[in-house]
Design a binder for this molecule. Structure first.
Ligand code: COA
Length: 258
C-alpha cells in the first residue's frame, strides 16, 4: 500500500488514508488501494470490523483529486464514477462486516461520500461535511446524491448539494449524518469502542443487520445510475473545465452555463 496505512486494534482493521499534504484527496491510487483493503475485510477471517479515517488533524478526505479532472471527458468522467461508486463505495456499503467512518476533519465531495458509504459515522468536533461539486461545475459521482438524501432527507440534501456549503459537526449530528461528535483526541477511541462492542456479537447476525438495513434502499437503484450519467456528461462542459482550473489556480471560477 502506497497511500493507505493499515493497522489492527484487536479484530478491527484501521484503514488510514495517508496523503495529508493533499488533505487525503482520493486519487486513482487511493481508490485502488481502498478496494484492496475492503476485499481484505470481506475475506480475512481475523477481521471482524473496520474503521476508515484520514491522516493528520485537518482532513478525513477533501474529495476526489481535482488535479486528475483535467484529463477527463464525458466518457472518462462516467468511467471514474462507475468505478468508484460501483466497485469501491458499494462494496463498502454491502460489506458483511461493519465499516465505520472516523471523520477527523474535512469530509468533502468524495470524502463525504466515502463517510456515507460506511455503515455509520463518528466525527471529531472539527469535522466539516459538504458536497461542493457545484463549485466545480459538477455533481457528486460516488453516490452522494443518493446517500445524502437517504441520510438527511430531501430538503436538506437539496440545499447542501445546490449551495455546495459545508456543515459543521454539531449540525451533522443534528441532521443525523453522524452518530457521535467527540473531541478529536478521543475520536479513534470512540470509534473503536463501538466496533469492540459489535465484535462481541454474532457475525452472521451482524451481516444480517447490514443486509436487511441496506435492503430498505435497494428498490430504487436508478438514482445511482442517473448520478453516474450526469456526472460523466458534465465533464464535457466548459464550466467543469473552468471549475477544476479555478480550484487548482486558487481563484474563483467564472461559470457561463456552457
Ligand atoms: N483535490 C486535489 N487537491 C486538493 C483537494 C482535492 N479535492 N483538496 C485539497 N487539495 C490540496 C490543495 O490543492 C493544496 O495543495 P497545494 O498545497 O499543493 O496547493 C492542499 O491540498 C491543501 O489544501 P488548501 O486548499 O491549501 O487548504 P485550505 O485549508 O486553504 O482549504 C479546503 C481546505 C478543504 C476548504 C480546500 O482544500 C478545498 O476546497 N478543497 C476541495 C474540496 C472539493 O471541492 N472537493 C470536491 C472534489 S469533487
Amino acid at each position: 500500500m502506497k497511500l493507505l496505512s493499515l493497522s489492527f486494534h484487536n479484530h478491527t482493521l484501521i484503514i488510514t488514508i495517508n496523503r495529508p499534504d493533499k488533505l487525503n484527496a482520493l486519487n486513482k491510487t487511493v481508490i485502488e488501494e481502498l478496494s484492496v483493503a475492503i476485499d481484505d475485510v470481506y475475506n480475512n477471517a481475523e477481521i471482524k470490523s473496520a474503521v476508515i479515517t484520514g491522516s493528520g488533524a485537518k482532513a478525513f478526505v477533501a474529495g476526489a483529486d481535482i488535479s486528475e479532472f483535467a484529463a477527463l471527458d464525458a466518457k472518462g468522467g462516467k468511467a471514474m464514477a462507475e468505478k468508484g461508486q460501483m466497485q469501491v463505495f458499494n462494496k463498502i456499503e454491502h460489506c458483511p462486516k461493519p465499516v465505520i467512518a472516523a471523520v477527523n476533519g474535512f469530509a468533502l465531495g468524495g470524502g463525504c461520500e466515502l463517510a456515507m458509504a460506511c455503515h455509520f459515522r463518528v466525527a471529531s468536533d472539527n469535522a466539516k461535511f459538504g458536497q461542493p461539486e457545484v463549485n466545480l461545475g459538477l455533481i457528486p459521482g460516488y453516490g452522494g446524491t443518493q446517500r445524502l438524501t437517504q441520510l438527511i432527507g430531501k430538503g436538506r440534501a437539496m440545499e447542501l448539494l445546490m449551495t455546495g456549503s459545508m456543515i459543521d459537526a454539531p449540525a451533522a449530528l443534528q441532521y443525523g449524518l453522524v452518530n457521535y461528535v467527540v473531541p478529536q483526541e478521543e475520536l479513534m477511541n470512540k470509534a473503536l469502542s463501538v466496533t469492540e462492542l459489535i465484535n462481541t456479537k454474532a457475525p452472521l447476525a451482524i451481516a444480517g443487520c447490514i443486509k436487511a438495513v441496506n435492503a430498505v434502499f435497494e428498490e430504487n437503484k436508478n438514482g445511482y445510475e442517473t448520478e453516474i450519467n450526469i456526472f460523466g456528461e458534465l465533464f464535457d462542459t466548459a464550466d467543469a473545465k473552468e471549475g477544476a482550473a479555478a480550484f487548482l489556480e486558487k481563484r474563483q471560477p467564472v461559470f457561463k452555463g456552457l
